[in-house]
Ligand binder design. Structure first.
Ligand SMILES: [Ca+2]
Ligand SMILES: [Ca+2]
Length: 296
């Protein structure tokens, strides 16, 4: 996917990347990582800045050897010059997702994977803690739709506590399964050519544009009878009848019957909740610091 602009930036004597060379001399050619030369400050191939001007923290990192590149969506829409789109409004020119974004979207590519058809792990420091009921949402440019990251044997979402701007390295054992609310670091494992690879090619590269979303509504579903609201209505009708019966035969027997009736509703609600957002299988608070970070 290529980013095509109607016009190139007009560069002058400013020095956006603070390298002592005027922007006009640095030029707007691709620095090799999807960023224009006049903004680029980084040369490590497996690392990208979320914001072009900040290279000491908030770095998106892949496993060593992989070439990282700012994604085409960020090249067109990022206001920070890096791989980050600053939230739902920044991504609106694509489409507004039905799921509320938390902490921004990130658009990047990981190229030159060691194995075509293999997997790639990348770490994205979050701008806000992972919320309750989290999802990882992806923008699929081929279908022009937002979709939810699919987890399976070769595609995973993991998280680690981290510190603002600093996360364990992409190959660290500090990550635990799932998106844990409150954590600041997300690791995505994506299979080349798999369901979450947005270039849809078996080509030794993965493309992703997406970010954390939070469901705003918990949907409680299911009773033992039928589909939709009819079964639930029957349930509550029976419950009311039992309570009325309690007035005649005693409160204790009515309470017992109500508990028996409500138990499967509660179990169904928990089961429904578990399918609505990503929940970690376990917590692992071990932390290995990023080699460029001084704390963890
Ligand atoms: Ca410069
Ligand atoms: Ca691919």
């Amino acid at each position: 996917m290529l980013a095509l602009r109607a016009a190139s930036a007009t560069l002058g004597n400013a020095d956006a990347n603070d390298n002592g060379i005027p922007d006009a001399v640095d030029g707007a050619d691709d620095a090799g990582n999807g960023m224009p030369n006049y903004l680029n400050r980084i040369s490590t191939r497996n690392v990208l800045p979320e914001d072009a001007a900040v290279i000491t923290r908030y770095l998106i990192e892949s496993e060593p050897g992989v070439r990282m590149r700012v994604g085409a969506v960020a090249q067109l829409l990022s206001t920070t010059g890096g791989a980050r789109l600053a939230g739902q409004a920044a991504a609106a020119p694509i489409a507004v997702d039905e799921v509320d974004n938390v902490g921004g979207y990130f658009s990047y590519e990981a190229r030159e994977l060691p194995v075509v058809g293999g997997t790639n792990r990348s770490v994205v420091p979050q701008r806000a803690p992972i919320p309750n009921q989290p999802l990882y949402r992806l923008w699929d440019q081929d279908t022009a739709t937002w979709k939810t990251f699919v987890q399976n044997a070769t595609n995973k979402l993991e998280s680690a506590p981290g510190e603002p701007g600093f996360c364990p390295a992409a190959d660290s054992s500090a990550y635990s399964a799932g998106l844990t609310p409150g954590y600041l670091c997300v690791r995505l494992t994506i299979e080349d050519g798999g369901v979450n690879d947005l270039d849809h090619q078996l080509d030794g590269a993965i493309m992703t544009t997406g970010g954390i979303g939070a469901r705003s509504v918990v949907v409680v579903t299911g009773t033992s009878k039928g589909a939709g609201g009819a079964g639930a209505a029957d349930y509550w009708s029976i419950l009311v009848m039992l309570l009325l019966a309690g007035l005649r035969f005693g409160r204790r027997s009515a309470r017992l019957a109500a508990v028996v009736l409500l138990l499967p509703v509660s179990v169904n609600a928990l089961a429904a909740d578990a399918t609505q957002w990503d929940r970690p299988a376990r917590l692992d608070r071990r932390c290995q610091c990023h080699e460029r970070s001084r704390q963890c």
